[in-house]
Design a protein around this ligand. Structure first.
Ligand code: TRP
Length: 331
């Protein structure tokens, strides 16, 4: 039983890639660990300081994670700003983080390039806030993608530095939680690379997407002019369609189209029709749940309140102890 924590960006809707990437594992993992999942609304201000609908975005993400199977009774699911102790730990960590090391972070350099008119201090100290998120529950494992590994490395640096400076053995050095084998990479529909909403319109299928739109996107997926030799290797766009099919369709269906491909008799239109229906079936329970939860304001309020209380119990204790370690004392 480890303490596992993951931060969720309050942007966009969950797509099939998210589901098979991490979410499916989160749902399983919550029963085997002490899990904290939070929606990173403070963080979102580093790139979007004046969001049009921050509350609405957070609410939607919360609903979708619940619909996907995060159990708020089992895991701790909370909103980052509902644990303002995070901000205090962030302030304290900022004192021991150096400008030079922060400026060298790849994500900082990328974002500074992308938003040259808004290179704010929050952007620079993003790794300190992320470290505060992680360390506030003294988390041991953090499931992160490749793009977040450097941030996790910084968290370890900050934890180690804190322990060294104050001569304690207080913070664990959190490691990346690797799902290994269980991670299914879902490619996008545009013929190359993975599924992601930033890859362009039509590339990703959202879990809450309506069937009509799913059919349209799948029918437009990139293919080629078809195999010309028996048993020839599948080029990327075709292999991608098969990969998605493997995730959502029955093994018999996959085998059928694989066979058709190998015999050069495949009709991509038929395959896409089948794939669209299988995606629609696969995502149907999720859509149902989203609808159900969205209509239940009392339930949402209760989930948020429970999450806030559980996060506070753990987070306030850490900040109390950190204050004590540094030397803040009550009069
Ligand atoms: N930086 C993460 C992302 O962009 C989100 C995040 C914020 C996070 N705080 C975290 C992830 C703490 C893991 C742990 O996806």
């Amino acid at each position: 039983m480890s303490i596992v924590l993951s931060g969720i960006r309050p942007t966009g809707n969950l797509h099939l890639g998210n589901y098979f990437g991490a979410l499916k594992n989160f749902v399983k993992m919550q029963h085997e660990n002490e899990c904290y999942f939070f929606i990173a609304d403070y963080h979102s201000l580093t790139t979007h300081p004046t969001p049009a609908d921050l509350h609405g975005n957070v609410r939607q993400v919360l609903i979708e994670y619940l619909a996907a199977g995060i159990d708020p009774e089992v895991a701790t699911l909370y909103i980052q700003s509902d644990l303002p102790e995070t901000a205090e730990l962030y302030l304290l960590l900022n004192m021991n983080a150096y400008k030079g090391e922060l400026e060298r972070v790849t994500t900082f350099k990328d974002k500074a390039r992308k938003q040259p008119d808004n290179v704010n201090a929050g952007l620079l100290t993003y790794p300190c806030l992320m470290a505060a998120d992680i360390l506030i529950h003294r988390s041991e494992k953090v499931p992160v993608g490749k793009d977040q590994e450097q941030h996790l490395e910084m968290t370890r640096t900050f934890a180690r530095r804190f322990n060294r400076l104050y001569k304690v053995d207080y913070f664990p050095e959190p490691v990346a939680y690797n799902f290994g084998e269980e991670l299914t990479k879902i490619p996008g529909l545009d013929g190359s690379g993975k599924m992601g909403k930033s890859e362009g319109e039509g590339n990703a299928i959202f879990l809450a997407e309506d069937p009509k739109s799913i059919r349209k996107k799948v029918m437009r997926a990139v293919t080629d002019s078809g195999p010309t030799e028996m048993n020839q290797a599948k080029p990327e766009p075709i292999a991608n369609l098969f990969a998605i099919m493997k995730a959502v369709s029955s093994p018999e269906t996959v085998e059928y189209f694989d066979d058709q491909y190998n015999k050069c008799t495949i009709r991509y239109g038929d395959m896409k029709k089948q794939l669209a229906e299988d995606i629609i079936n696969f995502t149907a329970p999720f859509r149902e749940k989203v609808k159900e939860i969205s209509a239940d304001e009392d339930y949402i309020r209760k989930v948020v309140k429970t999450g806030k209380e559980k996060a506070h119990a753990s987070g306030a204790k850490t900040v109390r102890e950190v204050r004590e370690i540094i030397g803040f004392r009550e009069f």
